[in-house]
Ligand binder design. Structure first.
Ligand SMILES: Nc1ncnc2c1ncn2[C@@H]1O[C@H](COP(=O)(O)OP(=O)(O)OP(=O)(O)O)[C@@H](O)[C@H]1O
Length: 363
């Protein structure tokens, strides 16, 4: 877990669009930058189908940040890979600027591939070991006609390295991945994701393999890029301190066993979690709650996280839930329900307490 004190010193970041909750079902007149509509992913394996993601609807606008959080195996990476067009959903649709990926013509698909970039958790695995940093960055620049000559490619690659705070750039352009530290490699991977001037970066645990001090530096660079370039981020992390820092002016979706169980503004969720799973996640991180308003003695009850191949009936969280009741919680899967101010929660008890109504989005 990242020490939040390391992250707390950062000045607040201005983003081009102050984050209003984005409705995936907004009308076609102003489609979100990206929308996931009722997206599911079932992996067919020898031991049977694995429903990794079920009926997820999420959206974000230009320049916004959306954090996906949750325990290992809850479906964050699978969701991110579908959003990046790296895997086709078994059901539902991914839309970029209102156009379904599955129905895009070749021009739209090319624009999507340029505009939406994926940054992996492991920069060592994602960088070609036999290419220098220059070659890694120059290749897409030349291929897509952004740089016409070697000199232009060199200058553009150097500018990209400066954007990711690898300076002086000349010291890095001729290096190979094995000659760089983990943080430097991840900065090169981020620079590569910027080569085609993306509108959205999907970052999957992009800082989780880095030492804490290096992680903070890379997060600061990503935050600066968001501010300077207005690029949107889907940011995946299991670390709530990172989510609070990076998506402070954006939104958070909390996932559990393949579904979104709570969605809203990051600050609202951190300050006032509604779903018992979100409460338990936050209560497990005492340093994120210096005022001790959460009951840190309340842990998730019951057994370990259930298997995706044997999902509990009703609310899949009920075997571990401290407030589960007989009846609905055991029998009926709760839908995401509008609570207030754009917050959506999938919990029968919360819905009843707040008098909430189920949202039509089906997410
Ligand atoms: N290609 C695949 N084939 C079969 N099962 C898969 C495949 N990819 C992922 N899964 C399973 O789907 C579930 C969700 O995995 P996913 O990687 O999306 O979760 P995650 O929240 O990103 O977890 P982590 O943080 O550990 O990566 C897990 O149970 C995983 O084992």
């Amino acid at each position: 877990m990242t020490d939040v004190d390391d992250l707390a010193v950062e000045e607040p970041v201005e983003v081009p669009h102050q984050a209003e909750p984005v409705d995936p079902d907004a009308g076609p007149e102003r489609p979100p930058l990206m929308a996931l509509r009722g997206v599911s992913q079932v992996f067919r394996t020898k031991s049977g189908p694995i429903p990794a993601v079920r009926d997820v609807s999420l959206a974000l606008d230009e320049g916004q940040v959306l954090c996906l959080v949750g325990e290992s195996g809850c479906g964050k990476t699978t969701t991110a890979r579908m959003a990046a067009g790296l895997a086709e959903p078994s059901d539902g649709a991914i839309e970029y600027k209102g156009v379904d990926l599955a129905a895009m013509n070749s021009r739209q698909r090319t624009e999507f591939r340029r505009s939406v970039q994926f940054v992996h958790q492991d920069p060592y695995a994602s960088l070609n070991p036999i290419r220098t940093v220059y070659s890694t960055l120059a290749s897409p620049l030349r291929k897509h006609g952004i740089a016409a000559t070697k000199q232009e490619a060199w200058d553009a690659a150097a500018a990209l390295l400066e954007q990711v705070d690898l300076t002086p750039a000349e010291n890095y352009l001729t290096k190979y991945p094995h000659q760089l530290s983990g943080g430097q490699r991840q900065r090169v991977a981020v620079a590569r994701s910027l080569t085609l001037r993306p509108r959205l970066i999907i970052a999957d645990e992009a800082t989780s393999m880095l030492d804490v001090s290096i992680r903070v530096g890379v997060l600061r660079t990503l935050t600066k890029l968001r501010k300077d370039l207005g690029v949107g981020f889907v940011f995946i992390t299991h670390d709530l301190a990172i989510a609070r820092y990076f998506a402070a002016e954006g939104h958070m979706a909390v996932m559990y066993l393949g579904r979104v169980v709570e969605y809203g503004r990051t600050t609202d969720i951190i300050d006032d979690p509604q779903h018992p799973y979100t409460k338990a996640l936050l209560a497990a991180v005492p340093e994120i709650d210096p005022t001790n308003r959460l009951d840190h003695t309340t842990h998730i009850t019951g057994v370990d996280i259930p298997s995706l191949t044997a999902l509990p009936s009703g609310c899949t969280f009920h075997p571990r839930c401290p407030i589960a009741r007989d009846g609905d919680c055991h029998e009926v899967e709760p839908q995401l329900t509008d609570v207030d101010g754009g917050r959506r929660v999938a919990c029968h008890v919360v819905a009843e307490t707040t008098g909430a109504v189920a949202s039509g989005g089906g997410d």
